[in-house]
Design a protein around this ligand. Structure first.
Ligand code: HEM
Length: 216
């Protein structure tokens, strides 16, 4: 392969690029925290549907759902545009990236490709999900269960792992990029990343199971 195509993705080093990178990281951290909080709040149905209803009521009565919902959508869009600067959209870029991935044969590089693929899925499915939920307020356990029993379960069975893989990888990559994760502690953080990913997927699956079995 030509050396010129190997350097296709090397970004320009200037203050603007650094600033945009910081915004990408910061919006990513906010989205990671949102999604973890979201999964825990929705999983409150496992303790009791009444608890989930009370939490949903609080978020709506305080207008956090009505204002926070669209704000999360805009944050997701901004994060996508910021990260999109580096995504290999052109077939030549994708080809070069794929060739590099094979050449380097390193898990962290391969995982970046997974992060790009999951990002595209989340952008579309996350937007549909937010539209459906936020245009059908108030949120109640019974309405969520009816939606899931109506067939949305298949939608969530795709969105759940995609979102958790993306968030888990993102968390790990931020640590690598900003230097907290080094060669010496990489093994520990890889284990933590897997634990968080599988942990949240398990909680998500249990939550979906609870909605599936929900009867009024
Ligand atoms: C503020 C915006 C959001 C609100 C109000 C919200 C609310 C909800 C609600 C009420 C449910 C229960 C199922 C249903 O009613 O259909 C749910 C499930 C779910 N949401 Fe969200 N959501 C939001 C944003 C997101 C985003 C951005 C993602 C990921 C990209 C996401 C991923 C999921 C997944 C995977 C489930 C399945 C439930 C589970 O496995 O625990 N949500 N959400």
């Amino acid at each position: 392969m030509e050396l010129s195509s190997l350097t296709l993705h090397v970004p320009k080093k200037d203050k603007v690029a650094g600033g945009l990178d910081f915004c990408q990281m910061f919006s990513g951290v906010l989205l990671i925290l949102f999604l973890w909080a979201h999964m825990l709040l929705v999983s409150s149905v496992l303790i009791s549907p009444k608890l989930m209803n009370a939490i949903a009521w609080f978020f709506e009565a305080s207008y956090m759902a009505q204002i926070g919902g669209p704000a999360i959508f805009l944050l997701m869009l901004a994060h996508f545009l910021l990260a999109g600067r580096k995504m290999p959209f052109k077939s030549s870029e994708l080809g070069a990236f794929y060739a590099q991935t094979k050449l380097l044969h390193h898990k962290d590089t391969t995982m970046w490709l997974v992060q790009v693929a999951t990002a595209l899925v989340i952008l579309v499915m996350g937007s549909i999900h937010m539209y459906v939920v936020l245009t059908d307020l108030p949120i109640t356990a019974a309405k969520s269960a009816a939606r899931i029993q109506d067939g949305w379960i298949f939608f969530y069975l795709v969105l759940l792992p995609m979102a958790e893989i993306h968030v888990g990888l993102g968390f790990y990559r931020i640590g690598l990029k900003y230097g907290w994760i080094m060669r010496a502690n990489r093994g520990f953080f890889q284990k933590l990343e897997n634990l968080l990913m599988f942990g949240f997927i398990t909680v998500g699956l249990l939550t979906l199971g609870r909605f599936w079995l929900f009867t009024v």
